[in-house]
Design a protein around this ligand. Structure first.
Ligand code: HEC
Length: 137
């Protein structure tokens, strides 16, 4: 084979490899990432909480001692920080800790849980009144 066509074959193989590399990298760039991707509170709740608290938040009767998240009296006693602490640390022995939830997801999840009660219970500022379960450490 004359040198000329050998060189041409080599060049075109290199272009082919570059095109393949570009094809591999491009889809990764168009993928939505991080904070631009909205966090869906309903989906988080359905995935992690509904198996005990029920799809509507009232709590499944199979789960002993589960709290009714639609109860405006109960939810009104719990501050946002308290609900976040409950989610992150759990409620032994039954409610597991969701320690991997970080702030943006926690905030969205708390907002979702709040609108389950009717009328939606606003967070009470300050500690829970006497007689309520003590705040998690
Ligand atoms: C395995 C069952 C289970 C799962 C899963 C679960 N919970 Fe609970 N949850 C419970 C039980 C049981 C209680 C009552 C515990 C108690 O009062 O000692 C409770 C209590 C609560 C309370 C009231 C806490 C308080 O401070 O008095 C909130 C709010 C709550 N859960 C939210 C959630 C959220 C949000 C999720 C999903 C991230 C979740 N739970 C997942 C079982 C569960």
């Amino acid at each position: 084979m004359p040198y000329d066509s050998l060189a041409r074959a080599h060049r075109s193989r290199r272009t082919g490899r570059l095109a393949l590399l570009a094809a591999l990298l491009l889809p990764a760039c168009s993928e939505p990432t991080g904070p631009e991707k909205p966090i869906d509170g309903a989906r988080l709740y359905a995935q992690h909480c509904a198996r005990c608290h029920g799809p509507d938040g009232k709590g499944l009767k199979e789960v002993p001692g589960v709290r009714d998240l639609t109860d405006a009296n109960l939810m009104g006693m719990l501050t946002d920080d308290r609900v976040k602490a409950t989610i992150r640390m759990g409620k032994p022995p039954t409610m597991p800790a969701f320690a991997h939830f970080a702030e943006p997801s926690l905030k969205v999840l708390v907002a979702f849980v709040r609108q389950l009660s009717s009328p939606p219970a606003a967070a009470l500022a300050g500690p829970a009144p006497l007689g309520a379960t003590p705040p998690a450490p």
